[in-house]
Design a protein around this ligand. Structure first.
Ligand SMILES: [Cu+2]
Length: 151
């Protein structure tokens, strides 16, 4: 799926230069553009300014289980992973034990509890490697994912 992914990425990157938005959804709703109504439940603690492609990953609980969709992600340094809650209650954690020797792992995210809530993780990882993340309460149920960072 790499070709299609790359095409989408480049188109997306071009659009990113014009707007902040990328990834299909209406974008800047959670950005602190101006004094919009602050949502008490959406915690904007980790909302970086996207400089690259925004890659959307859904967090889902349904009859087939708890999972990230997609669970295998390719990104470039400067991209942003946008985890969006669809159903359930989930977080994103690049566990140190799953990423031995990797410095400066992103901190464990807060828990997303409301559909549409976003957890943003900037791709500040060394290229050429893969990194592993999980949802803490559902990791043993298979809610894990892999981020591969390429140049
Ligand atoms: Cu979960």
């Amino acid at each position: 799926m790499s070709t299609r992914t790359l095409v989408a990425r480049f188109a997306c990157a071009a659009a990113t230069l014009l707007l902040v938005a990328c990834g299909g959804e209406k974008a800047a709703s959670t950005d602190s553009a101006d004094g919009g109504a602050p949502s008490p439940t959406a915690s904007p603690t980790n909302t970086p300014k996207p400089t690259g492609t925004v890659i959307t990953i859904e967090m889902i609980t349904d009859e087939s289980g708890n999972y990230f969709k997609p669970k295998d992600i390719e990104a470039k340094p400067g991209d942003v992973l946008k985890f969006v809650l669809v159903t359930g209650v989930h977080n994103v954690h690049f566990l140190a034990d799953s990423n031995p020797g990797v410095p400066n792992l992103p901190p464990m995210s807060t828990f997303a509890q409301l559909p549409g809530q976003e957890l943003l993780v900037p791709v500040n990882f060394e290229a050429g490697k893969s990194y592993y993340f999980q949802c803490d309460p559902h990791a043993l149920l298979g809610m894990v994912g892999k981020l591969t960072v390429e140049n």
